[in-house]
Design a binder for this molecule. Structure first.
Ligand code: PEP
Ligand code: MN
Length: 351
């Protein structure tokens, strides 16, 4: 923490700050400039907060230097992490700094046929993790809410047929147990990023977590949400940038592309991009995917549907199978250009 003294601060003001910091067990390093003095504090940050140094005479400002999150920060863990997703039958798929992972599937599990068809389209295009929501967090209570537990069983069947691990959303702490039983990775959606009880319950489930950024959340709030999971002893967390709310109505959300390198500098956790939910428009999925890989995303997660016109959720952003293959083709050379290999080549093979 750094205390910036006002230009008119007196020697007594400076001495008072040093004295109080030392009283609570900290050290204070005074650095005198031409017009102002700054004081660097070393010690327990919480005890400094309790001093309320901003209210001291002669103090102009107080800055926090270290990040408020710890377990997910790169200060705590300098090397970037890889999260492995899967189970013995599927093998383990990496999401991390060496590889690029392609994840795809329907927005929602609607029927066994639709889900399997979408998953096969995903696999045919080279995806190695299948997505699909059984519990849907809809803005309107009148919209399709998902099939719930029946949807989880469909996803488990799809895993058996395709051999690919499955990520699916959990929207309520009461459902964590059943979702964790069927899923290989638990998604926390944008609307629940700050549902701290859900984060803690999901953190206890023993499965990797896909934590989407809250649509109204800062990067710091997002990393603090991840810290809630990490505090439960689960560091298998993948962060997903999925667009934030801005004044711009041309896209459903605004993809905050700079969040990817910003988060990678601050946190060791993998960061991925969801171009489908970020834009809400299928015509933007290819360009945003290209941007995501070029900027350093560890994976993309894309909506695909056999009949987008009949989709019960997010049809306008869903690609057809042919379009998903075109996407894979369009981005084919990008991971190599940024020093990554296809995650499929690093997979730990099925037992
Ligand atoms: C989803 O991935 O299906 C979803 C609901 O995403 P988000 O939480 O980002 O809106
Ligand atoms: Mn959706």
């Amino acid at each position: 923490m750094v205390v910036v003294m006002a230009p008119e601060a007196t020697e007594e003001d400076i001495a008072r700050v040093v004295e109080r910091v030392e009283e609570v067990g900290g050290e204070a390093f005074v650095s005198r400039g031409v017009t102002r003095t700054i004081i660097g504090l070393v010690g327990d940050i919480d005890s400094f907060h309790h001093l309320n140094l901003r209210s001291f005479a002669g103090v102009a400002d107080v800055h926090r230097i270290s990040a408020p999150y710890k377990l997910v920060s790169r200060q705590h863990h300098p090397a970037r992490s890889t999260v492995w997703v899967g189970r013995p039958e599927t093998g383990l798929v990496p999401i991390g700094p060496q590889s690029f992972t392609f994840m795809a599937g329907p927005c929602a599990v609607e029927t066994p046929e639709q889900t399997l068809e979408a998953a096969q389209m995903a696999r045919a295009a080279g995806a190695t993790i299948i997505r699909g929501g059984a519990y849907k967090p809809r803005s309107s209570p009148y919209s399709f809410q998902g099939l719930g537990a029946a949807g989880l069983k469909i996803l488990a069947d799809v895993r058996t047929v395709t051999g690919l691990p499955v990520v699916t959303e959990v929207v309520d702490a009461r459902d964590v147990e059943i979702v964790a039983e069927y899923a290989d990775m638990l998604q926390i959606g944008t609307r629940n990023m700050a549902n701290f009880g859900l984060l803690q319950a999901a953190g206890d489930a023993g499965k990797p977590i896909l934590l989407k950024r809250g649509m109204n959340s800062t990067i710091e709030e997002w990393l603090l949400a991840a810290e809630y999971v990490a505090q439960r002893g689960n560091l298998d967390i993948v962060l997903c940038e999925r667009g934030i709310r801005t004044f711009e109505p041309a896209t459903r959300n605004t993809l905050d592309i700079s969040a990817v390198p910003v988060v990678q500098a601050a946190s060791h956790l993998p960061v991925i991009v969801d171009p489908s939910h970020a834009s809400g428009r299928k015509d933007l999925v290819v360009p945003l995917s290209r941007a995501a890989i070029a900027v350093g995303a560890d994976a993309i997660i894309v909506d695909v549907h056999p009949h987008p016109e009949n989709a019960l959720c997010d049809g306008p952003q869903a690609l057809l199978g042919t379009e998903l293959r075109e996407l894979a083709q369009a981005v084919r050379q990008l991971p190599g250009a940024v020093g990554r290999v296809d995650a499929a080549t690093l997979m730990r093979q099925p037992a």
